[in-house]
Design a protein around this ligand. Sequence first.
Ligand code: SF4
Ligand code: ZN
Ligand code: ZN
Length: 307
Amino acid sequence: MACILCKRKSVIELQQGGLCRDCFVRYFERKVYKTIRRHGLFGKHDKLCVACSGGKDSLAVLHLVSRLAKKRGQKIFALGIDEGVKGYRDKQLEDMVGFCEEHGIDCVIVSFEQEFGHTIEQLMGIASKRGLEISQCALCGILRRRLLNKYAKELGATRIVVGHNLDDEAQTIMMNLFKGGMELAARMGPSTGVRRHPGLVPRVKPLYFCTELETSTYTKLLGFKVLYKRCPYRKFSYRAYVARHLDGIDKDYKGTKTSLIQNFLQILPMLKKRYSGGKIPVCGRCGEPSKRAVCVVCGTLDKLGIK
Ligand code: SF4
Ligand SMILES: [Zn+2]
Ligand SMILES: [Zn+2]
């Protein structure tokens, strides 16, 4: 297939047609910068914390956002969370450190082990001994989000930049429609949250309109050292189940995920308005924003017997 713009050999087939290497790289980068601009994801004076797993999405976003930040003389650092999944996250974080060294980006790594005294695998062992019914990804997710917010805040960041792509967002929309509820859905979009709270660093998603395929094509074309495999536990998660079904629909009805996002963005302002009232209370234990007297992290750690 020839590139629809310059007739050279295409490297990727998009809905609008094929694109060659150079045209695709330009298209991808422009799309990311346009998302940052149009959705006001961050300003020149924001200190940026890029949440980095070391996977393709986070390295792609780190690469593009740090390039922009350097041009503007803006402060930026990468924050990696090591949940303790051996043979996976340790390898990804090695890639992240190598990438940061090569590009002169400050980087910080925080682990579950140093913070909670146990890796995610050990925490699941404790949960099963105590008869606590929680899935590994649910536990991992709440603890990771907590550490991201805590350290981004401690290190003075005013925005957390995440590498969530269009596929991730489409899955989360469906997960919230099926289970999570509309209040959770209202927090979504390129810039997360409904109400500002000094204890919550807003999370922004420059890859919001980039598909999984586009992001992996981009990192491959740029030759990033990236582990293209998933966490071994992901296949057991609800997200993976929803992703499999969405991928199936998108294969038969091309563009389904993109139109899901576009349609969702039309109703998102109404959802944000609907849930924008009132103050966000804080957890009586840790002081982090929480609707309950004791937040879900403190409550779960209590049940696990972890101080
Ligand atoms: S797939 Fe699940 S266990 Fe693995 S890192 Fe993600 S949330 Fe954690
Ligand atoms: Zn071209
Ligand atoms: Zn708490």
